[in-house]
Design a protein around this ligand. Structure first.
Ligand code: PLP
Length: 289
């Protein structure tokens, strides 16, 4: 069902960083991008095994997960429907979802909270319907994310990843533990109060010394930015030719530069940053640049 993927490791050669490599999951696909493909891979396999033909999922109006699910559904022969949080809007991300054939159902914030009820009330009689949680969070998603580690040909002292739900981080940690690597996983929650990420990770694997959470790099909260972060993105992109987005990966790269500058991370240590993709998110933040 699934073709080979393209996610090379590249070295970053700018003066901000000493010994930094990037796992380019953003290159996997422009739409089924980065960790969203990692998460969907085994979810789609499971849906397919259960003979389900209609993917039902959930997200906000600028969700990378919705675009990824819509594109993957179209590519692998599924129908797709999404419950979108909030009043009906039009934007670039939702346009892409529609082009890939996804049906959009807008629901108010209160109803959105009970996803199981939404699924049941709309699709109880549809034996083809397959429930995919917001952001794809699931055991299958964690399994897909472990492959980011098992694909690597070298080991690193530190691996960095941005976190929304922590599902991707859980997969990385699980693989680091399983392979008995000396690597420390540094997780950068992009939301305020990111300590909850630990609870999320502990649903899938044990919390160990391999995990460090850095909760101070949210820049005001989810999808919030500051002029400093925007400046960082412009400089980074201009110098490296690699796009990063204000919601996720910019906060991670900023954290790496900051921790190196403060000597919390040793200058000579070998670091791998996971580029989790999601660059379309920039379209929702045009006015910030
Ligand atoms: C969704 C997303 C994340 C967050 O992944 P979680 O598994 O929810 O922590 C990180 N980076 C990008 C680019 C994303 O689109």
């Amino acid at each position: 069902m699934f073709q080979e993927i393209y996610s090379p490791v590249q070295k970053i050669e700018i003066d901000l960083f000493d010994n930094l490599f990037v796992k380019r999951d953003d290159l996997i696909d422009p739409y089924v991008s980065g960790n969203k493909w990692r998460k969907l891979k085994y979810i789609l396999a499971k849906a397919s095994n259960e003979n389900k033909k209609h993917l039902i999922t959930f997200g906000g109006a600028y969700s990378n997960h919705l675009v990824a699910t819509a594109a993957a559904a179209a590519r692998f022969g599924f129908k797709s429907t999404a419950f979108v949080r909030g009043e009906a809007v039009q934007n670039e991300m939702l346009l892409l979802c529609s082009l890939f054939g996804m049906k959009l159902i807008f629901v108010d914030r209160q109803s959105y909270k009970n996803k199981n009820l939404l699924f049941k009330s709309h699709f109880e009689d549809d034996s083809n319907a397959y429930f995919i949680d917001e952001g794809g969070a699931s055991k299958e998603a964690v399994k897909g994310c472990t492959e980011i580690i098992t694909e690597l040909n070298e080991t690193y002292d530190h691996i960095f990843v941005a976190a929304g739900t922590g599902t991707t981080a859980a997969g990385l940690l699980k693989a680091i533990q399983y392979k008995n690597l000396h690597t420390i996983l540094h997780v950068i929650p992009v939301l305020k109060g990111g300590d909850f990420i630990k609870d999320e990770i502990s649903k899938y694997t044990s919390i160990s010394d391999h995990l460090t959470l850095h909760t101070g790099f949210h820049f005001g909260g989810y999808a919030k930015t500051t002029p400093e972060l925007i400046h960082f993105i412009k400089n980074f992109t201009e110098k490296t030719g690699m796009l990063i987005d204000p919601v996720y990966t910019a906060k991670m790269f900023y954290a790496i530069a900051d921790l190196q500058r403060k000597n919390i991370i040793n200058a000579n240590d070998k670091i791998l940053a996971i580029h989790t993709g999601g660059l379309l998110g920039i379209l929702g933040m045009k006015d910030k640049f």
